[in-house]
Design a protein around this ligand. Structure first.
Ligand code: FPP
Length: 237
């Protein structure tokens, strides 16, 4: 029997919601709403398959430039979702962390995020990272500023700055780098997602639009990953 290597950490760019909605003559927000349902299923599926970490891109620093009604729709959906998944995460033993420039989000977001992270802090199942107001370049700049401040305050000396120290100041501190990146919706770019963290990540692109992405599609991506020659990943029979 073939041995399948399961990636320990999968990062997903959930692209194609707008086109999915357009095909149905519906507003883009309808696609995002359907996309959030797909995400709930995929969280369960990734864990069932043995993946330990899942990181998804929910709102980028660039998404603010979308039409005002779409940004408002997404913000409302995200707030609804952060509230809704508290119970679901606890029931599924899922630990949730938000990564990104969260300090720039409004007070309602701050309290929803605090509440969700605290409520799930002791969950020992899937470690789920939701990137909100996230940009890879922005994360690198915020990290650089954190380290510069520590130097200015004489907490650390410039000479000790190395890759490990830098990584430990990123939003993703304590989270292993993704083994596999999946982007749905046909585009073949990283689009500013986890730029530092994905230096060695295997990339997988599919034309499937995110709302249509199912466990089978996830399985195909993992199978494709498994065939590649890598040094990382859990091995199951
Ligand atoms: C890209 O689709 C997706 C996003 C801008 C954000 C991802 C959002 C979701 C999956 C839904 C909300 C998520 C949560 C966690 C509630 P697109 O609009 O770029 O699609 P297009 O490429 O077809 O235009």
């Amino acid at each position: 029997m073939d041995t399948i290597k399961i990636p320990k950490h999968i990062a997903i760019m959930m692209d194609g919601n707008g086109r999915w909605a357009k095909k149905r003559f519906m507003p883009r927000t309808f696609g995002h709403r359907q996309g959030s349902k797909t995400l709930e299923n995929i969280c369960k599926d990734t864990y069932d398959l043995g993946v330990e970490y899942l990181t998804v891109y929910a709102f980028s620093t660039e998404n603010w430039s979308r039409p005002k009604d779409e940004v408002e729709g997404l913000m409302n959906l995200l707030k609804e979702y952060l509230n809704k998944i508290v119970k679901m995460s606890i029931n599924n033993n899922m630990q949730v962390k938000i990564i990104g420039n969260v300090k720039k989000l409004d007070n309602e977001f701050q309290s929803l995020i605090n509440n969700l992270e605290k409520a799930t802090a002791n969950c020992t199942g899937l470690k789920f990272q939701l990137a909100l107001n996230y940009g890879g370049k922005d994360e690198i700049i915020r990290t650089t500023k954190k380290i510069a401040l520590e130097c200015l305050n004489n907490k650390i000396d410039v000479s000790i700055i190395n890759e490990d120290l830098f990584a430990s100041h990123l939003d993703t501190t304590d989270i292993p780098e993704p083994d596999l990146f999946i982007r749905t919706g046909g585009e073949k770019r990283l689009s500013n997602f986890l730029l530092w963290e994905m230096a060695y990540t295997e990339l997988y692109f599919t034309d499937v639009l995110w709302p249509d992405f199912k466990k089978d599609d996830l399985g195909k991506a993992i199978y494709d990953f498994s065939k590649r020659d890598r040094r990382y990943g859990n091995v199951i029979e």
